[in-house]
Design a protein around this ligand. Sequence first.
Ligand SMILES: O=C(O)CCC(=O)C(=O)O
Ligand SMILES: [Fe+2]
Length: 325
Amino acid sequence: MENFKVGELPSVYYIPDFVTAEQERKLIDQIHAAPRTKWRELKGRRLQYWGGMVHEKGMIPEPVPKWLEGVLTGIAAKTDMFPSPLNHVLINEYLPGQGIMPHQDGPMYYPVVAILSLGSPAVMRFTPRKSSSPHHPDDSQATTEPGTNLSSAVDSPSHSSSQEHTAANALASEASGLSGHSDSSAAAQASCQETGQTANVMQNGTADSGKSVFSKFEDQLGFTGARKPSHCSVVLMPRSLLIFKDEAYTDHLHGIDESMEHEIDETVVNLPALEIPGFLDVEQRSFLPSLGGESLPQTVPRLGPRLSLTCRHVLKVRKAMFRIR
Ligand SMILES: O=C(O)CCC(=O)C(=O)O
Ligand SMILES: [Fe+2]
């Protein structure tokens, strides 16, 4: 995994092309095939959650469908960063211009998150948490499943350091009931040879020519090279997997701007991602005649829907009382 580490903020990992285009298409189809009632409409986006309702007293588990189980076991197998099986997936759908306010995922989850991106690209920004920052009610919905009677502690404006999804104290009991399958996962079959090379370039910052890849990109984009380690942005390309933990999880907020274009600025830590074929597909490029083959875009245009699968391990899981079939 160290090959996929990006930037100086501990600890952010970016794996390009974690799933293939075919796997991406199948996942998008599966998401859209879910019953309409699975969608929760929020002000700025809509979401589905799978694995159960997250509650401060513990998640009431529900079986994860096969197609998602493959993603979860694939992530666990390929990344080796989760000590227990991932048991929860939040699927966010963003239309052009939609985003998610800066927030923290909070103590209901084991503090490592894996986000698989599908569809249109976007930029995620990490900013240091300030205790005086205002509370965003929307944030609590982002990761704690609105409409599920989550405790008032989540939405309480009096709640301490504001943006956090502090639904409860850190919970320690292990999740149960979801056994891992280490094979046959869509994600596990994702090509890793191709990605390994790109990742090395991302990590080491040097291409074969010996010239720093970052300086090449920074020259093209007119950057001065003064990146602040604490401010980090990651371009989330379709089919990529972002993983973050440590300070990025506990001391930083993460969010996606609600705008029609995401600026590629000096905080972006995975500039080489922009050079990967397919940064914008042919259809998207036709909207932007200025985007030639050689020149790097200055922004990520939001031209179509983006779907993200936020995969986590909910720490406290309750026994399912009964199931209606
Ligand atoms: O859509 C994304 O990439 C981010 C989602 C997120 O931060 C969350 O669900 O907590
Ligand atoms: Fe989040």
